[in-house]
Design a protein around this ligand. Sequence first.
Ligand code: NAP
Length: 467
Amino acid sequence: MMSKIGTESNPLRVAVFGSGPTGFYTTDSLFKNGEMVVEVDLFDRLPVPYGLVRFGVAPDHPKIKSVTNLYERIADNPRFRFFGNVEFGKDLLLSDLQRHYHQVVLATGAQTDRRLNIPGIDLQNSHAATEFVAWYNGHPDYRECQFDLSQTQAAVIGIGNVAVDVARILCRTVDELRETDIADYALDALSESKIEEVWLVGRRGPAQAAFTNPELREMGKLADADLVILPEEARLDDLSQETLDRTQDRAVVKKVEMIQEFAAQPLSAKSRKLYIRFLVSPVELYGDGDGSVTGMRLVHNELYATEAGTLRPRATEKFEHLDVGLVFRSIGYRGVPLPDVPFNDNWGVIYNQKGRVVDPDTQEPITGLYTAGWIKRGPTGVIGTNKPDAAETVDCMFEDLAAGKTFSPPEPQSEAVLRLIAQRQPSYVTFEDWHRIDQMELEKGAAQGRPRVKFTSVQEILNALGK
Ligand code: NAP
């Protein structure tokens, strides 16, 4: 008879899909449980790890990226293995995993964007911000995207931190960008950019802005772009002022102060302008005969309080036109369904309770199947938010293990699944392989005086590894 699960002779075997921050925090929580012997296989559909840290975090935010040093330490555990270039539901099916693991965690993040349903949104030169972000970060699926940087005016819809990243990258000088690990083709394209003005378009006011204070401060310090805020839009309406007077949230008070200070500043003579607009919503994008964006119609909003006290925007009768030739919509990421996993299409997340995947009809947990991170709770919070989120899921996993609720894999041995992976995806990438790629990227960067030059295609990576 098999010994208890979680022992030296019968370790708890877990497969985690998605090697972004949540995948690593989940792994860490599993290893740190203090009692059980756990083996984790971390999978990614891309051949390199770190998900959104590599492909989402802005290239000019190297400090945020240094969180990967922590992930490297987690990966040092001898009971950890990485399998890159292996996709859930394609190379490995849920039924395969049930043969080899006790538990499976889905931490695949939010890979697409929320739709904005206004006329003209599908015109040429109107893009999802998530695509631009993935493109400048060298994501293999987006390297072929084209962005018309011969335009002089661009708008970014939404004023969250992703919108700010996009606006900032459009406003940086080539010298600023060269100091980053931005994809080399993006550096080339942006060095030819003719963009002069970037408009961040916010539907609510300064006190409701989704960007955070360090990001706001940074917009005021760009080498060759002025931050412009209209004084009349920086002033708070009565409802916002009342809410602010009552708030305990110092960061919001500070944010409003900073916005008003920026609005009062005289312009300098920098070559680009980065406008933040408040209380305006795009209602339509206009196009020319070729189907390319030529402008955006905006409606001015006012705020009203919902029963719950939230301030929401409501359109007024006042309209305005922006002559923009390039538009990015940045109103939030959205999760993508996974084969054989119940998905809540309204919210863009896997049906779950505290990380236990549940059957949507019965609300009963599906034994052995878990989720964590953005695909569990939606695309909110910073990287660190995923740590307690992953810990909550892992707590459920250990609770269920104690109650005897796991898959009953007939072949739990770590070599058994290795044979299957080698058969299904012979070009899988290990963590050692990743270290070689990492080294090559750093060396290529050093030769060009840059921190890193990324590989941006799967084939290039496999070729470099001789696979
Ligand atoms: P976000 O923070 O949720 O911001 C979404 C923005 O879109 C908000 O301004 C929102 O306005 C607006 N919006 C939503 N629906 C809209 C509509 N129909 N029309 C116009 N505007 C609309 O999302 P995000 O920017 O994608 O960022 C995702 C998460 O990653 C956030 O938690 C963010 O802080 C984090 N992040 C952090 C960093 C960093 O730390 N540097 C960098 C990037 C991302 P309302 O507020 O009115 O809904």
